[in-house]
Design a protein around this ligand. Structure first.
Ligand code: ADE
Length: 253
C-alpha cells in the first residue's frame, strides 16, 4: 500500500485540481459537541458516524467527551487531532471537510442569534507571538474553500471568523479579533483549517450564532439558553449543504 502523501492520494489530486472535475464523493463533517455516538478508533473518545446519502459517503466526526471531566471536547487541540486522524486515513481521504458548529457573533458586523454563516476565512486570536513572521504564523489566517454557488443558493450570510480556546473574550483577544475583522468567534475553525491546509483537503465552515459577543448578555448564559434552538437551525442548514453538494464537483460549489 502506498504511504500517505506520496502524490497518489485524493489530497494530492485535490491539490492538483483533479478532484474539482469529478463529483464530490466523500465528505467529513466535523462537529465539536455531541449529537450521536459510535467509537472509532479504539482507545480514544472520538466518535465517527458514517453512511451514504444519495451519491455521498458522509462521515460525521465528533471528538467525544473528555475522559477526565466528561464534557464535550471543544477547542482547537481536539479539533486538530480528529481532523488529522480522519482526514489523513487512507480509508476516508475526503474530498471536502465541513466544520459545522456554533459561534459567537458580532452584531456590529451584522450577526444575529440563529443566523447561519459560511466563514470566508479563519484565523486565531489567542496565539500572540510578537516576533516578525512568527506573529503571522500565530494568527494563522487561512481562506475557506470558495463556494459562491452554495452561498447564493442557500442564501447564507458570509463573514470572517476568529478562533480561540476560550468562550469568553479577554481584552487582548478582542484586539486581535478586531484586527482579524471577524464577524464570528468560535473555538475550532482555524485549527481545522490548519490541518486541512496541511493535508490539502478543501474545508468550509458552517457556523450558527448562539450568542452576541458585543451584546449585553453574559456569553455562557446566552450560549446555553440558545444552544438547542440554534443547533436545530444549524442541522437544517448542514442538511441543505449536503443536498447541494450531492452530484456536484468541487468547482461547482
Ligand atoms: N461558540 C458559541 N459561542 C461562542 C463564543 N462566544 N466564543 C467562542 N465559541 C463560541
Amino acid at each position: 500500500m502506498a504511504p500517505h502523501g506520496d502524490g497518489s492520494g485524493a489530497a494530492e489530486e485535490a491539490a492538483a485540481g483533479g478532484a474539482e472535475k469529478r463529483p464530490v464523493s466523500t465528505i467529513v463533517i466535523l462537529i465539536a459537541m455531541q449529537t450521536e455516538a459510535l467509537p472509532f478508533p479504539k482507545g480514544v473518545p472520538w466518535v465517527r458516524y458514517h453512511g451514504t446519502y444519495k451519491d455521498l459517503n458522509i462521515n460525521l466526526i465528533w471528538p467525544g467527551k473528555d475522559p477526565s471531566s466528561g464534557v464535550d471536547s471543544v477547542g482547537t487541540i481536539s479539533a486538530s487531532l480528529v481532523t488529522y486522524a480522519y482526514a489523513s486515513i487512507q480509508a476516508l481521504q475526503p474530498d471536502l471537510i465541513i466544520n459545522a458548529g456554533t459561534a459567537g457573533g458580532f452584531k456590529a458586523k451584522g450577526a444575529s442569534i440563529s443566523d447561519v454563516f459560511l466563514a470566508s476565512e479563519v484565523a486565531f486570536h489567542d496565539r500572540r507571538i510578537p516576533i516578525p513572521v512568527f506573529d503571522l504564523y500565530g494568527v494563522g489566517l487561512r481562506p475557506a474553500f470558495s463556494t459562491p454557488n452554495l452561498v447564493k443558493e442557500l442564501n447564507l450570510k458570509v463573514g470572517k471568523m476568529s478562533t480561540g480556546d476560550s468562550l469568553d473574550m479577554s481584552q487582548q483577544d478582542e484586539a486581535t479579533i478586531f484586527a482579524n475583522d471577524a464577524t464570528l468567534k468560535d473555538m475550532e475553525g482555524a485549527a481545522v483549517a490548519y490541518v486541512a491546509d496541511i493535508l490539502k483537503v478543501p474545508a468550509i465552515f458552517v457556523k450558527a450564532v448562539t450568542d452576541i459577543v458585543d451584546g449585553d448578555k453574559p456569553t455562557a448564559e446566552e450560549f446555553l439558553q440558545n444552544l438547542a434552538a440554534v443547533t436545530a437551525a444549524l442541522d437544517q442548514t448542514v442538511c441543505q449543504v449536503v443536498e447541494f453538494i450531492n452530484g456536484k464537483c468541487l468547482s461547482d460549489l
